[in-house]
Design a protein around this ligand. Structure first.
Ligand code: NAD
Length: 477
C-alpha cells in the first residue's frame, strides 16, 4: 500500500518524493510506504486549511450544519468499524478487540462534539456604565494536531472533533509508527461532506513535519499529545509565534489498593490498569501501591494472572497480550526491565522479549515487587507492560507516595470506605481519579494532566474551550 499526504481534498506525494515504511509489529511485515512529508508539504497543508477557514464553504455553514457533518462522520466511521479496527491492530500490534473499542469510541467522540457545535455561546456581561457588553466565542483558526501511536485514531479524533465543532480547520501530523488510520479517516470526513481543506494530513517525522507545523506562522494553535520531553520542545517552538498550545503528555500513574478494598475487583483493575493495550497507555496504572496487610495476596494473585497473559496473535480472540509497537519500543521496555533488576527490584512475573511464530516485537506481562520510590522503574514512564509494586501503610503514606512523581495524569484508588475515597481523590494531584475502577473513559469526561503531564484538556466541554477565542464586544447605549 502507498499512502500520500491529504492536502486541500487531494492526495499528493511528499514534495521530496521520499517515503517511509510502516511495519506490522506483530509479524514484521511491511504494511505501507507512506509519504514522508516535510516543511513544504506542511506549508501547502496550512495554506489549504487557512483558505478553507476563510472560505464561505466553511465559514458560511451554520453551527448546526457543522454538527450534522460530524454526526454523519460518526455514522460512516461506525459502518467501517471492522476495516478501521483491522488496520489499527495491524499497524499498532494491539488486540483486535481493543482496536474495536478504540474505533467505537472515536465514533462516540465525533457524535458527542457534533452535539456541541450549536451550543457554543458567549455571555451578556453586567458591566458598570451605560453599555451593552457581551462575549463572542470564535474559532481559534488553523489547528495543528500532533498525536502519538498508542491509540492512533482515537487520540487524534479527541482533537479533530472539538476543533471542527468549534469551526476550526485542521492539519494533522500523525505518528510515524502508525499513521494509516488517520489517513483513512480523511475518506470518512470527505464522504461526510466536509469541504476540501477543513481536514489535512501530513505524515512524516516529528523533527521534520512535526516541528514545521509547530513553527508555521499560519497555524494558530497546536494540540499535542505525546511524551513530556517532546512536549517541552513543542512549547518552546510555539513561543516565537505565540501559538496557543495544549499539551497531553506522559504519566506514571499510581493505582492505590487499600486493605479495605474489594480485593478481587482491585486485582482485576490492577491487571487492566497496566496490561490493557500492552501498557502503551498514557494513563496506565504503572505504579501499584498496595497496603501492607494485603500485599502478599494482591501481588501473588496478580503475578499468577500476569503469567497467563501469554503474548499471541492480536487477531486471535483468545490472545490477551499483543505486540508492542516497534522493535525500538521493545528495546526501551527491556532496558527498563534490566534497570529494575540492577537496582534491586524483585521480578515476580515476565521480564522477557517474546515472538509469535518466530516473529514480532512482544514483551511478556512483567511485574516488579519490592520497588522503592527512588528506583528508575518507579519514576520514569516505561510505556510498556511493566508494573512497579510499592507498599504503604495508611492513607497519608498512600497519598504521599501517589503524589511523589513529576507526572499527574491519572490515579486509581480501591476502597469500600466512601469518605476515604473522596478524601484521597481530592488529595491526589492528577487530572483524572478513578475510584474502584480504572481506565474508564467517556467523551463527556475531560482528560488531561497536572504537573509534567501537561495542560489543557481533551474531551468534555473543556476541550472545546481550547479551540475558541473569546471576544468582548462593547456597545455604548
Ligand atoms: P512522542 O512524543 O515521541 O511523539 C508524539 C508525536 O510528536 C508524534 O507524532 C511525533 O512524530 C511528534 N514529534 C516528535 N518530535 C517532534 C518535534 N520536535 N516537534 C513536533 N512534533 C514532534 O510520543 P510517542 O512515543 O508517539 O507516544 C508516547 C508518549 O505519548 C508517552 O509519553 C505517552 O504517555 C504520551 N501520551 C500521552 C497521552 C495523554 O493524553 N496525556 C495520551 C497518549 C500518549
Amino acid at each position: 500500500m502507498r499512502q500520500d499526504c491529504w492536502i486541500g481534498g487531494q492526495w499528493a506525494p511528499a514534495s521530496s518524493g521520499r517515503r517511509f515504511p510502516v511495519e506490522n509489529p506483530a509479524t514484521e511485515e511491511l504494511l505501507a510506504e507512506v509519504a514522508d512529508g516535510d516543511a513544504p508539504d506542511v506549508d501547502a497543508a496550512v495554506r489549504a486549511a487557512r483558505a478553507c477557514f476563510e472560505s464561505d464553504a466553511w465559514r458560511g455553514l451554520a453551527a448546526r450544519q457543522r454538527g450534522q457533518l460530524l454526526a454523519k462522520a460518526a455514522e460512516i466511521l461506525e459502518s467501517r468499524l471492522v476495516e478501521f479496527a483491522t488496520l489499527e491492530t495491524r499497524q499498532n500490534g494491539k488486540l483486535f478487540f481493543e482496536s474495536r473499542i478504540e474505533i467505537a469510541m472515536s465514533a462516540d467522540v465525533l457524535r458527542y462534539f457534533a452535539g456541541w457545535a450549536d451550543k457554543i455561546t458567549g455571555d451578556t456581561l453586567p458591566v458598570s456604565g451605560n453599555f451593552f457588553t457581551y462575549t463572542l466565542k470564535e474559532p481559534v483558526g488553523v489547528v495543528g494536531a500532533i498525536t502519538p501511536w498508542n491509540f492512533p485514531l482515537n487520540l487524534a479524533v479527541w482533537k479533530f472533533a472539538p476543533a471542527l465543532a468549534a469551526g476550526c480547520t485542521v492539519v494533522s501530523k500523525p505518528p510515524s509508527e502508525a499513521p494509516l488510520t488517520i489517513l483513512l479517516f480523511a475518506e470518512v470526513l470527505e464522504a461526510a461532506g466536509f469541504p476540501a481543506g477543513t481536514f489535512n494530513v501530513v505524515p512524516g517525522g516529528g523533527r521534520t513535519a512535526g516541528a514545521a507545523l509547530v513553527k508555521h506562522p499560519g497555524v494558530d494553535k497546536i494540540s499535542f499529545t505525546g511524551s513530556t520531553e517532546v512536549g517541552k520542545g513543542v512549547m518552546k517552538d510555539a513561543a516565537d509565534t505565540v501559538k496557543r498550545v495544549t499539551l497531553e503528555l506522559g504519566g506514571k500513574s499510581p493505582n492505590i489498593v487499600f486493605a479495605d478494598a474489594d480485593i478481587p475487583a482491585a486485582i482485576r483493575g490492577a491487571q487492566t490498569g497496566i496490561f490493557y493495550s500492552k501498557g502503551e497507555v498514557c494513563a496506565a496504572g504503572s505504579r501499584l501501591l498496595v497496603e501492607r496487610s494485603v500485599h502478599d495476596q494482591v501481588v501473588g494473585e496478580l503475578a499468577a494472572r500476569a503469567k497467563k497473559l501469554v503474548p499471541g496473535d492480536p487477531f486471535d480472540k483468545n490472545t490477551r497480550l499483543g505486540a508492542v509497537v516497534s522493535k525500538r519500543q521493545q528495546e526501551t521496555v527491556l532496558g527498563y526491565v534490566a534497570k529494575g533488576k540492577a537496582e534491586g527490584a524483585a521480578l515476580v512475573a515476565g521480564g522477557n522479549a517474546a515472538t509469535v511464530n518466530g516473529k514480532g516485537w512482544y514483551v511478556e506481562a512483567t511485574i516488579f515487587d519490592g520497588v522503592s520510590p527512588a528506583m528508575t522503574i518507579a519514576r520514569e514512564e516505561i510505556f510498556g507492560p511493566v508494573l512497579a509494586v510499592l507498599t504503604f501503610e495508611g492513607v497519608e503514606e498512600a497519598v504521599a507516595l501517589g503524589n511523589q512523581s513529576m507526572y499527574g495524569l491519572a490515579a486509581g484508588l480501591w476502597t469500600k470506605d466512601i469518605q476515604k475515597a473522596h478524601r484521597v481523590a481530592r488529595a491526589l494531584k492528577a487530572g483524572t481519579v478513578w475510584i474502584n475502577t480504572y481506565n474508564s473513559y467517556d467523551p463527556a469526561a475531560p482528560f488531561g494532566g497536572y504537573k509534567a503531564s501537561g495542560f489543557g484538556r481533551d474531551l468534555g466541554r473543556e476541550a472545546l474551550e481550547g479551540y475558541l477565542e473569546t471576544k468582548s464586544v462593547w456597545v455604548a447605549l
